[in-house]
Design a protein around this ligand. Sequence first.
Ligand SMILES: Nc1nc2c(c(=O)[nH]1)N[C@H]1C(S)=C(S)[C@@H](COP(=O)(O)O)O[C@H]1N2
Ligand SMILES: [Mo]
Length: 506
Amino acid sequence: MKRSSAAWALAGVVAGFAGIAVDYAVTEGANQASAIEAVAVFVRDHAPADLVNWARENHGKAITIPAIVVLLALFFGAVGRLARRRWWLGVLGFAVISAVGGAAVLAGNGATVAYLLPVALGFAVMTVAMALLGERLTRLQAVDDDDVFGEAWRGHRRDFLVVVGAVLGVAAVSTLVGRYLGRDEKAVEAEQEQLRLPVTPPVVPDGVRVEVDGVQPWMTPADDFYLIDTVFSKPAILAKEWKLRIHGMVEREIELTYNDLVTRAGVEAWITLNCVSNEIGGDLIGNAWWSGALLAPIIAEAGPLPGADCIKQTSHDGWDCATPLDTITDGRQAMLAIAMNGEPLPIEHGYPVRTIVPGLYGYVSATKWVVDMEITRFDDVEAYWTQRGWGELGPVKMASKIEVPANDDEVAAGEVVVAGTAWHQHTGIEGVEVQLDGGPWTPAELARVPNTDTWVQWRVALDVEPGDHQVTVRATDQAGEVQTSVRADVLPDGATGWHSVEFTAS
Ligand SMILES: Nc1nc2c(c(=O)[nH]1)N[C@H]1C(S)=C(S)[C@@H](COP(=O)(O)O)O[C@H]1N2
Ligand SMILES: [Mo]
C-alpha cells in the first residue's frame, strides 16, 4: 500500500516535469520566458524589498529557480497521490499549477494571450502523461495482493516503469532541445556581461518629477518599457557579429561594425518613445536615457545624393520602415542607440543596436536590431506598416494623460490633486490645463524637462465637492498649438482627443 502511494507520487512528479520541460523547450524556441522563469520574475518583482536585497547579496538568482523546482516536485507528488483517488483531481492539480504559471507569464512585460500556448501545451503533456501512468498503476493495484511479486504483478510493474522511462525521455529531450534553442540568447547574455560601454548611468534630472503617488516614474525601467514588434522569436545577435550597411542613393557605401559605433558613441539623451497605436490615455509610451552615436554625421559621411528623402531601415528580422531623411539631419539627436538607461540594450529592445529618432513614432523610426539603411525616396519604397495603411511620415502628435486619479477612484472631497504626463516630442509642451465637469480650464504646474524630446509631468490641485466627477486634460505645445479635442483613431497616423477620467469624491 505504501509503495503504491509512492509510485503515484512518482508518476505525478514525472508527468509534471515532462510538462514543464515541454513548456521550457517551446519558450526557448520562441525566446519567451518559460513558465518557471516567469514565476521567478514575478516573485522577484513582488517580494518584500528586504528579501530582494538579501537575495542580491546571497545568490538569490541561483536559489530562486531550484527553490521553485523543489516546491513543484512536492506539489506534483501530491497531485499524483490525488490522482489515485480521483483522476480528475490530478487534472485539477495540473490545471491549478498551469494557471499559476500562465498568470505569471501574462504578468510579464509585452505578454499577449498567445504567450499562454506553451503553458497550455505543458498542461496537456502533464495530463496525458499522468493518464498513461495512472492507467498502468491502476492495473498494478488491481492484481491481488497475494499475487504481489507474482508473474502478473511483475508484468504490470514493468509496463509502468517503461512508461515512466518514456515520459522521462520526453522530459530529457525537451530540456536538451530548450538548451539548444536558447543557446544564442545565452551567448548574447554572456556577451552583454562582458561589455564595457562608454555610457553614463542615468541620473534623473532635478525637478522633473511632480512627486505625486501614482504618476509613473520619470524614467521607465527597461523591464517595464512597452514592447512592440512583429517577431515571434526575438533575434539574438552578437554585437561582435553585427554590421550595419548604409547604401543606396549615396556617394559612398558605409559598413559599420559594433566597435566602429562604440568609437563614435558620444550622444546621450532622455528621449520619450511612443507607439502610433497608443490610444488616448494608453500605456504604449516610455522615457529612457539612450546612449549611442549620432546618425547625422554617419549619414553625412555616406553623402546622400540629391533627391533622396528617406532612409529605409531594415532590421535583422526583416521588418522595415522608412524614416524621413530630414529628421535625421535637422539637428535633433537621432541616434544609433547601443544602451538604454545606462545598460546595453536588452535583446527585446533591439540589442545590439537600434535607431531612436526624437519626435517620430516608433513605427517609422525606432528600428530594433537594425542592420541595413538604404538612402532612397519615399516614392520608391513601401515599408511594413505603410503597406498596411499607416501614414508615411509618422510625426508624434501632441497628447496628455491623467494618471491620478485613476478611472473610478474614490477620493476625499476637498482638495484633489490631479496629475499626469503630456508630450509633444521635439516641439515641447508649453502648458497643461485641466477641466472639472466641463467648467473652466485650470492651468497645471509643469515639472521641469531636460529638453523638448521627453514627456513632462504636471499636477494641479482642484477643489472638489462630494459626488461623481469627470476631469479632462489638454496641453498646449511650444508652437502655441492647443491639443485638439477632435477624436481620431490611432489608424492611420496616431490618436487625437482629450483624455478624461471619472472619479467619485466623498
Ligand atoms: N525590428 C523591429 N523594430 C521595431 C518594430 C518591429 O516590429 N520590428 N516596431 C516598431 C514600433 S511600432 C515601435 S512603437 C517601437 C517600439 O520599441 P520597443 O518595443 O523597444 O518599445 O519599435 C519599433 N521598431
Ligand atoms: Mo509602434
